[in-house]
Design a binder for this molecule. Sequence first.
Ligand SMILES: Nc1ncnc2c1ncn2[C@@H]1O[C@H](COP(=O)(O)OP(=O)(O)O)[C@@H](O)[C@H]1O
Ligand SMILES: [Mg+2]
Length: 390
Amino acid sequence: MNKKQMIVAGVMSGTSADGIDVALVRVGGPSHIGFELLGHAAYPYPTRVRTAVLAAMNASRASVADLARLNFLLGERYSDAVLATERQFRVKVDLVGCHGQTLYHQGDPQRFLGRKVAATWQTGEAAIISARVSVPVVSDFRPADMAAGGKGAPLVPFLDYMLFRDTRVGRIVQNIGGIANLTAIPAHAAASDVFAFDTGPGNMVIDAVTEKLFGKPFDRGGRIAASGKVIEQVVNLILQRGFFKKRPPKTAGREEFGRDFADEFLRSCRGCPKQDVVATATALTTKSIADAVRRFVVKNPNSARKRAFHEMILSGGGAKNSTLVAMLASELAPLGLQLRFSDEFGLPSGAKEAVAFAVLAHETWHRRASNIPSATGAMRAAVLGKISYP
Ligand SMILES: Nc1ncnc2c1ncn2[C@@H]1O[C@H](COP(=O)(O)OP(=O)(O)O)[C@@H](O)[C@H]1O
Ligand SMILES: [Mg+2]
């Protein structure tokens, strides 16, 4: 193996709280930006764990003892996931990059006890992972960007820029996880031309209403939505909200589109057939994406000049929802955007974020900065994360 190459396990668990994604990536080497995906696997949380994670995220009050225990429990689960993936692909890793499970994220400073502070919290004890897997672990990627004045998110644009920039094609890289976020990479972009933001709900509202009305964790394949009719007034009314009008950079989480939002959404659909509610939640995702593209990407809010974007590249669990994908394609057609999948670029849509944290960990290990200040709003580049040694 080339001395400069490393095999890194990227570990991601997103706001959907569906489980753990692990990607094994060979990073570095002669071409520097080159990397190779050696394998990836997903480990759904057992129902009890998912319920506990969701409860911790949604809670206005939680037991400190339970939160402390959850941190160590997730550390064990992340370790098991990395070790199982190593066995499956017969690969031994040199380094782990673990995002952790976000319990709280508030990217903008707000007044608290007399001072303005921004705050974020990812749980999943890295010291446990490091001890179990016997390699160093980079974790807690977001705070360093926030300390530099950024929103701590999004961080995946580093990988998006590395992978999807093109001299002639302007690309919007759209991930649909619990939350939906995009990275806009104009043709021939420098890193400082890249901008990124959360467009709003991804699968989070769809999951919540599907669970409530059909007792299923998600709308597999988008089949329920396909059998329903979109209630346009509900979507249009929600799109008037402050979040959607706010200029990027902006981030969202369960704080904006979690349980309270889902309850309100259900109330505004009261009396409609159940499948229409799921169809409407699906349309909320696709229309809010198209709306964000129209308002903030295709038209540059800082000048009257239009920017040329040609493709949208889709990743995340939402790419498996055919109804969502079909709705999105028809929203994008009038904008002249062709819908493509990250899989076409050798990056399976479910593995992208895990790959990103492998690449980010590799940068941190070499003490290189990896936030993109134009995406997070940070005042400077920052080396992200903390390192635990076995
Ligand atoms: N086969 C599928 N059909 C429809 N939706 C799916 C499918 N597989 C995954 N999803 C959706 O994707 C979500 C998980 O996406 P993911 O990218 O892992 O999000 P996160 O990063 O928030 O964990 C699930 O909660 C579900 O809503
Ligand atoms: Mg997930």
